[in-house]
Design a protein around this ligand. Structure first.
Ligand code: HEC
Ligand code: HEC
Ligand code: HEC
Ligand code: HEC
Ligand code: HEC
Ligand code: HEC
Ligand code: HEC
Length: 422
């Protein structure tokens, strides 16, 4: 997926452009190491007022602008970052420990799709609710069926067949669910996935539609060690640590410590009553700048730079909200009023009521058509609507391979018949 050399070339080109346009952006997140500066788009329009920190939201706009980064670059820095593999396994304590003191957050977070982003196959609700799933693709017949607590995945070409017990179900299944099974030391991603809108199977997103050469190939895609670690890195907690890759010990899903880092020290200090010290030993993303916050969620949802590196154009990138959002005119150089957590509380269920997002838009946009924009409210009024803004300006775009619509986070005017903007 990654195109390193191309990226290096892009970096060169961009840094030359940056030098000549004198538009260096200031690094700002308290990190103690110089990092190569990556560019924001040079064509990105800048809103009159851009406010960069949560602490500053509401007061005068500071001119601290941070540059969005690729996740691999964030991971090289000191300190915690989601998907980082350098912490030791013993430092993770698990959500039930956190729940002792943060009971409300723990009970709501556990019910979120993020917390259920993977599960051992035996626990999959999708599989439990579907006695038998099947699909014919070219010459191959696929089936997933259960056998007590075991789910068998089989493929047949009419002459012979192979059957393997599934190990993991990835994705809660809001849109889809993909399966992983093991053959010896090899982890294989199923060639077919469950899709909610179909209530059945189809080819796994990213797998080629052309007919596999043989039965073994028809089963799925063997995951190379790096893809495997990444896959578990975003969908489980503490699968890769300083002690190596060990999915059997991992906590399934995105748990507290996937975002906040390992909590052993924090828990010990809090139990001792060393509150101030305790607060220093757990990562609080609330202290990041707006750009840092979006990159933070982007560790899994993919940052602007990650998507740029992948060179992913067209509707395929609608899944990657940080990229889409930062391409919006609204975003400018970054503004806490548009960081992911301005609209989503990661400890709570996603809010499906369009109306509830109006207040987010109106923190920047003026409502009355006669009202003038200001430093504090740089966004013009809408000549068309004054409520349910997201229904028109954050359209749902169908991603054919996922058989489902995704909300396009590139906030924009949608013209009839206009093509998907990249
Ligand atoms: C023994 C009780 C206790 C346990 C267990 C505990 N915490 Fe805390 N935590 C606290 C207290 C007390 C605070 C400080 C609250 C304050 O001062 O507003 C805190 C603060 C935090 C903060 C904010 C830090 C900041 O910058 O102010 C985060 C994030 C956090 N806890 C996450 C966790 C996570 C994740 C776990 C599980 C790994 C956990 N806590 C377990 C007691 C605990
Ligand atoms: C460690 C990886 C990881 C991080 C970090 C992360 N996410 Fe997620 N997120 C996921 C995965 C995986 C899913 C898919 C869950 C599923 O449906 O299986 C997801 C799903 C979601 C959803 C969809 C929930 C639904 O109801 O369908 C929202 C909203 C979301 N994340 C917001 C955020 C925000 C906001 C942040 C940053 C504060 C964030 N995420 C950080 C991995 C992550
Ligand atoms: C860089 C982080 C990352 C990696 C690597 C990754 N995922 Fe995800 N995955 C996500 C996020 C974030 C979402 C939620 C947004 C979306 O649906 O694209 C998601 C969504 C999904 C969904 C749909 C969930 C639902 O409820 O609809 C499936 C299925 C899935 N991933 C499977 C996999 C498998 C299998 C692998 C590895 C082979 C993998 N993912 C690798 C971050 C990741
Ligand atoms: C997807 C990432 C993510 C996960 C998972 C997550 N958090 Fe958080 N957490 C955040 C972000 C972002 C903030 C800062 C914004 C805020 O205050 O909500 C935060 C803030 C906090 C705070 C300090 C702010 C406050 O309101 O006191 C505590 C305490 C906390 N989280 C505890 C937890 C616990 C306990 C869990 C697990 C049950 C958890 N978090 C899971 C992302 C996450
Ligand atoms: C201005 C508000 C706003 C901001 C900022 C925002 N979102 Fe959303 N997001 C929404 C709305 C609205 C929905 C659709 C909710 C619904 O009706 O289901 C949504 C849905 C999602 C979903 C569910 C997937 C889908 O398309 O159905 C994910 C995942 C998500 N957002 C992640 C993020 C991440 C990551 C960020 C930061 C880059 C972010 N969002 C920033 C408003 C926002
Ligand atoms: C951080 C401040 C901020 C927030 C929050 C914000 N916007 Fe904007 N938005 C702007 C600025 C600045 C512009 C550029 C000036 C203008 O056209 O008003 C803009 C432009 C727009 C445009 C015109 C885009 C174009 O391509 O010409 C639309 C439509 C829009 N915003 C809708 C929304 C909606 C809907 C929301 C909430 C989901 C939202 N904005 C949230 C600041 C913001
Ligand atoms: C019924 C659909 C609809 C709703 C609801 C809606 N808009 Fe719009 N909006 C449009 C259309 C269409 C345009 C383009 C008008 C034109 O230029 O022809 C537009 C234009 C805009 C612009 C660009 C204005 C300019 O002068 O450049 C902004 C900013 C905007 N909308 C913000 C919002 C906000 C904020 C809300 C919610 C308070 C909202 N819109 C609700 C359809 C809608």
């Amino acid at each position: 997926m990654k195109i390193k050399p191309l990226f290096a070339v892009l970096l060169c080109i961009f840094s030359t452009t940056l030098m000549s346009s004198q538009s260096f952006l200031q690094k700002w997140d308290g990190a103690d190491r110089e990092v190569p500066r990556l560019p924001v788009r040079s064509d990105a329009p800048k809103p009159a007022a851009s406010r960069n920190t949560l602490e500053n939201a509401g007061s005068a706009p500071p001119q601290k602008v941070e540059t969005p980064m690729a996740t691999d670059e964030r991971l090289e820095r000191d300190g915690w970052w989601p998907t980082k593999r350098s912490a030791s396994f013993q430092d993770f304590v698990g959500t039930s420990e956190c729940a002792r003191c943060h009971a409300k957050k723990a009970s709501s977070q556990r019910a979120t799709p993020m917390a259920q982003a993977s599960i051992p196959a035996a626990g999959s609700v999708v599989l439990r609710e579907h006695e038998r799933l099947s699909l014919r693709s070219g010459p191959y017949d696929y089936a997933i069926s259960h056998n007590d607590a075991r789910h068998d995945y089989s493929v047949s070409d009419g002459v012979s067949s192979i059957s393997e017990p599934l190990a993991w179900a990835f994705g809660l299944g809001n849109k889809g669910q993909t399966y992983i099974y093991q053959m010896g030391a090899l982890f294989i991603e199923s060639r077919v996935s469950f899709y909610k809108t179909l209530q059945g199977l189809d080819l796994t997103t990213g797998h080629s539609g052309s007919s596999p050469r043989n039965l073994a190939d028809a089963l799925g895609r063997p995951l190379d060690p790096e893809s495997l670690r990444r896959c578990f890195g975003c969908h489980t907690t503490a699968s890769s640590t300083a002690d190596g890759f060990n999915p059997s010990r991992a906590t399934p899903g995105v748990a507290c410590e996937a975002c906040h880092g390992p909590g052993a020290k924090h828990v010990i200090l809090m139990d001792e009553g060393s509150r101030e010290e305790g607060r220093q030993t757990i990562f609080n993303p609330g202290r990041l700048s707006a750009v840092g916050l979006v990159d933070f969620c982007g560790a899994c949802h993919r940052t602007w730079n990650d998507v740029n590196e992948m060179g992913l154009l067209g509707v395929a990138n609608v899944r990657f909200q940080p990229y889409r959002l930062e391409n919006s005119r609204c975003w400018g150089d970054g503004d806490a009023r548009l960081a992911c957590i301005a609209c989503h509380d990661p400890h709570q269920q996603l809010n499906h009521s369009a109306e509830d997002y109006d207040v987010k838009c109106l923190s920047c946009h003026v409502l009355a058509p006669t009202k003038k924009t200001s430093l504090d409210h740089p966004g013009k009024p809408c000549p068309v609507g004054h409520k349910n803004c997201v229904t028109c300006h954050m359209p749902r775009v169908v991603l054919p391979s996922m058989h489902a619509p995704f909300v396009d986070h590139q906030i924009r005017i949608v013209r009839p018949n206009a093509s998907y903007p990249n």
